[in-house]
Write a protein that binds this ligand. Structure first.
Ligand code: SF4
Length: 221
């Protein structure tokens, strides 16, 4: 049943034009989800490449994220196992300093609660970057991404915070060796259990339609 109601919701999301006046590149919501997904990746917002292709994480940041997770593209893009829902679904445009603008603030409050209520099988949510961490951890998010990620054990078992895997992260990883020594092995262990090669039978097993969201009650807006 969750799958049957998720499909029209995804169509509704993909037709969303709420931010049309603010988006120079136009509205193109990029997200993926199936009701059987046990792993959710909440990133930031599409960049230009993702906006052009319509494929989330189809860029060097995605390659780095997949390397951290030890997932090949086939498993990473298997919607039956992995849902991908960023904080802003549409490319927000270019900032005057040359970087991308933040995710549209309308998006997550408008859509995330409704979408999560259609993903009853979720066991783990990867919070990639500060926007996702602040939205989902609330007061439990520290003042910096580094501090939030350093306290990753406190967010488990529901959430696992990660830095955004942009090219800038290479220096950050060198300065924070605990990330690759401690967090990445735990990330890979949990991802393998939910979306790895041996997770097929668990990942696509039927989920009772009335199973409550593992994230607890989620407001619709
Ligand atoms: S960013 Fe989100 S709320 Fe804004 S138009 Fe795109 S889908 Fe709609």
């Amino acid at each position: 049943m969750a799958e049957a109601t998720l499909a029209p919701l995804l169509r509704e999301v993909r037709a969303c034009r709420v931010c049309a006046e603010a988006l120079d590149a136009g509205c193109r919501p990029v997200l993926r989800a199936r009701a059987t997904a046990r792993l959710l990746i909440v990133g930031q917002a599409p960049g230009t490449r993702v906006h052009a292709s319509g494929i989330p994480w189809n860029d060097p940041s995605g390659e780095r994220l997949r390397a951290w997770m030890a997932l090949d593209p086939a498993r990473f893009y298997d919607q039956a196992r992995v849902a991908i829902i960023p904080m802003g679904f549409c490319y927000p445009g270019r900032a005057v300093n040359g970087g991308d603008l933040p995710p549209r603030p309308e998006c997550a409050p408008l859509w995330h609660g409704r979408l999560l209520n259609h993903l009853p099988a979720l066991d783990l949510v990867l919070l990639v970057g500060g926007y996702a961490q602040r939205h989902y951890l609330g007061d439990r998010a520290a003042r910096t991404v580094t501090a939030t990620v350093a306290a990753w054990r406190d967010a488990l078992p529901r959430f696992l915070p990660l830095p955004h895997p942009s090219w800038r992260t290479r220096g950050w990883v060198r300065r924070n060796p605990w990330f690759e020594a401690e967090l990445v092995p735990e990330l890979r262990r949990r991802v393998a259990a939910l979306a790895g090669a041996d997770a097929t039978s668990r990942a696509v097993s039927p989920v009772p339609d009335d199973r409550p969201s593992p994230l607890g009650p989620v407001p619709e807006a």
